[in-house]
Design a protein around this ligand. Structure first.
Ligand code: VG1
Ligand code: CO
Length: 540
C-alpha cells in the first residue's frame, strides 16, 4: 500500500559540486532526506518498472537512509532496486553497476572526502543512466522541486537485511542485494595487465594502500591482496567505519600524513596510494616522490597505451579548469584534443559519452576514464601499477623522464576553510569587478597577461555554465585561479590554485617555485584583507 506523507519544503537543498552535502544533524531533521529523495524521484522520467541502484560509503546514516530510499522507490513505481551488500558501493562501482544493469540511475550516499559520524557530514548524489553525476539541468530541476514539494511517497514494509545477499520483496518490488566488489574487480581485470603486475609483485615490488577506513577497503583487499597477490597487510585501514576512525577520509598530504611519512622513509616500499570516503579519489606517492594529481593525470595519459584497456590510444584528454596544463602538453604530443571543463565530474559525462575524451582528471585527486562515468581511485592506482610493471621503472624515474620531455608544472592548491560566507562572497565579487583592470597590472615581479571568469560551453549539448572561477594568467605561463568550494558544509571554503610552468627546471622545490605567485595571489584577491587569514588551512 502506497502511503502519501505530507511535508513542507526546506530551502537549502540545492545540490553542490557533487550532490547534496550537509551536516548529519541537518539530514536528521524530519522529512529532510525524504524530501530530497522524493524530489529526485519526481524529476526522473520513465521510472515505472526501471532499475535503481542504491549504495553508499558506509558512513553514519548510510543504512538508515538506504532503508528509507528502498521503501520510497517501491512507492514511486521503480521495478527493481539493486543494493550493495551492507549498503556499500564505492562511487565508481555504483557507476559501473548502473551501466551494467541498464539502470535508470542510482543514489550514491556519501559526503565523499568529508568526515563522517553523528556530528559530521552526510550526502546524497543522484547519478543518471550513463552512470555519471546528474548534469546541471537535472540538478537544477531537482532543486526546483525541493522548493515546492508537499508530499513524499513510501510503502509500509520492514527494513531489509542489507547483509544477506539475494532478492527480497518490498511492497511488490524486488530488492536485490549484490556483492559490491565482484563486478567492479572483474571490470578492472579487463582493463589492466594483472599478470604483469603479479610478476612485479613476485619480483619483490611492494606497496601500501591506505583505504582511510572508508569504502575502498573491501575493493582493495579483493583486488590488491587476492587477485594481484600483494602480501596481506598491504591494505591499511581496510574496514569501512561509520566515522572513518574519526579522520577526514581525504587522500592528501595533510590527512594521509602517515602514508606520506612511510613513503618518505628510507625503507619505503615502491608505491603508496590512498583513496577517499567514497573511493573516487586517489593519492599517488612513490618512494621519496609525491605526484601531484595534475601530474598524475598527465603521466597516466602519456603511458595509458601500456594497459590493454587503452592500447588503442586515447580519443582526447579532459581536465577541470583549475587542474594544471600538464595534461594539455601530453594531448598535444599524442595529437588528440584537450578539453577544459568546470570543476566537478558531471562536466566530463558528455565528452565521455560522445567519445571525445578517454581520460579525465581534476587537481583534487580525481582521475578516471570512459570505463565508468565517475572518477575512480582504484582505477588510477591500477593504471599506475600497470605502467610501472611494464616499464620497470620507479615512480621517481618515471616522473623525471616525463618532466624532461614535457617540462614541469609546479602546482599547489591553498584552501582557506570555514571562512565567513559574506567575506568570501565579497572577495569574489570584488575580484570579478576588478577583472577589466587586471591585465598589465604588476604584482611584485609578475605581470598579469589576462584575467577572466571561466565559462564553459559544452561542445556536445551546447549548454553554457558560467561563473566557474576567476583565472588570472601571468606573463610567462604562470596562473592563479580563485573559486569557492561547492562541497563544504560550514561557512565558505576559498580555493586558490597556483601553477607555474618551467620547461627546463625540473628539480625545484614547489614552495620556493611558487612563492612569488602566492604573494601575488594574496594581493590580487585581497585574501588577508577579506578573510583575516594570513595562511591557508590546507595546502595540497
Ligand atoms: C571538490 C573538488 C572537485 C571535486 C568535488 C567532488 O569540489 O574541488 O574537483 O569534483 O570536490 O569530489 P569543491 O566545489 O569543493 O571544490 V568528491 O571526491 O568530494 O565527490
Ligand atoms: Co569522493
Amino acid at each position: 500500500m502506497i502511503r502519501e506523507c505530507p511535508t513542507t519544503p526546506y530551502d537549502d537543498q540545492k545540490p553542490g559540486t557533487s550532490g547534496l552535502r550537509k551536516k548529519v544533524r541537518v539530514f536528521e531533521q524530519p522529512n529532510y532526506a525524504e524530501n530530497f529523495i522524493q524530489s529526485v524521484f519526481d524529476v526522473v522520467e520513465d521510472k515505472a518498472g526501471a532499475t535503481l541502484v542504491i549504495g553508499g560509503d558506509g558512513r553514519y546514516l548510510n543504512r538508515s537512509v538506504i532503508q528509507r530510499a528502498i521503501r520510497m522507490a517501491a512507492a514511486n513505481g521503480f521495478g527493481r532496486v539493486v543494493v550493495g551488500q551492507g549498503g556499500i558501493l564505492s562511487t565508481p562501482a555504483a557507476s559501473h553497476l548502473i551501466r551494467k544493469r541498464g539502470a535508470i540511475g542510482g543514489l550514491v550516499l556519501s559526503a565523499s572526502h568529508n568526515p563522517g559520524g553523528p556530528n559530521e557530514d552526510f550526502g546524497i548524489k543522484y547519478n543518471i543512466a550513463n552512470g555519471g553525476p546528474a548534469p546541471e539541468k537535472v540538478t537544477e530541476a531537482i532543486h526546483a522541486r525541493t522548493l515546492t514539494i508537499d508530499r513524499w511517497l513510501t510503502v509500509d514494509a520492514d527494513d531489509v537485511d542489507l547483509d544477506a545477499m539475494g532478492t527480497v520483496e518490498v511492497g511488490d518490488m524486488p530488492v536485490e542485494i549484490v556483492d559490491p566488489v565482484a563486478d567492479y574487480a572483474t571490470l578492472m581485470e579487463t582493463l589492466f595487465d594483472f599478470a604483469a603486475i603479479r610478476r612485479a609483485v613476485d619480483g619483490g615490488f611492494r606497496m601500501i594502500f591506505d583505504a582511510m577506513s572508508a569504502v575502498t577497503g573491501p575493493y582493495a583487499h579483493e583486488i590488491l591482496e587476492r587477485r594481484l597477490a600483494f602480501p596481506a597487510g598491504t591494505v591499511r585501514n581496510g574496514t569501512p567505519l561509520e566515522d572513518f576512525g574519526g579522520h577526514h577520509p581525504d587522500p592528501n598530504l595533510v590527512h594521509a600524513r602517515e602514508l606520506y611519512e612511510a613513503m618518505m622513509a628510507p625503507d619505503a616500499p615502491d608505491f603508496g596510494a590512498a583513496s577517499d570516503g567514497d573511493g573516487d579519489r586517489n593519492l599517488i606517492i612513490g618512494r621519496g616522490r609525491f605526484i601531484t594529481p595534475s601530474d598524475s593525470l598527465a603521466m597516466l595519459a602519456a603511458n595509458a597505451h601500456l594497459a590493454q584497456g587503452y592500447a588503442g590510444g586515447l580519443k582526447g584528454i579532459a581536465r577541470s579548469m583549475p587542474t594544471s596544463a600538464a595534461a594539455d602538453r601530453v594531448a598535444e604530443s599524442l595529437g588528440v584534443r584537450a578539453y577544459e571543463t568546470p570543476t566537478g565530474w558531471k562536466f566530463f559525462g558528455n565528452l565521455l559519452d560522445a567519445g571525445l575524451a578517454t581520460i579525465c582528471g581534476e587537481e583534487s585527486a580525481g582521475t578516471g576514464s570512459d570505463h565508468v562515468r565517475e572518477k575512480d581511485g582504484l582505477w588510477a592506482v591500477l593504471l599506475w601499477l600497470n605502467i610501472l610493471a611494464v616499464r620497470d621503472v620507479s615512480v621517481d624515474a618515471l616522473a623525471r623522464d616525463h618532466w624532461a620531455r614535457f617540462g614541469r608544472n609546479y602546482y599547489a592548491r591553498h584552501d582557506y576553510e570555514g571562512v565567513d560566507s559574506a567575506a568570501a562572497d565579497a572577495l569574489m565579487a570584488e575580484l570579478r569587478a576588478a577583472l577589466p583592470t587586471l591585465p598589465g597590472a604588476r604584482f611584485g615581479g609578475l605581470t598579469v597577461a589576462a584575467a577572466d571568469d571561466f565559462a564553459y560551453h559544452d561542445p556536445v549539448d551546447g549548454s553554457v555554465s558560467d561563473h566557474q572561477g576567476v583565472r588570472v594568467l601571468i606573463e610567462g605561463g604562470s596562473r592563479t585561479v580563485f573559486r569557492l568550494s561547492g562541497t563544504g558544509t560550514s561557512g565558505a571554503t576559498l580555493r586558490v590554485y597556483l601553477e607555474r610552468y618551467e620547461a627546463e627546471v625540473i628539480d625545484g622545490e614547489t614552495g620556493a617555485m611558487l612563492a612569488d605567485l602566492v604573494a601575488a595571489a594574496d594581493r590580487i584577491a585581497g585574501i588577508v584583507r577579506h578573510t583575516g587569514r594570513t595562511a591557508p588551512d590546507v595546502v595540497t
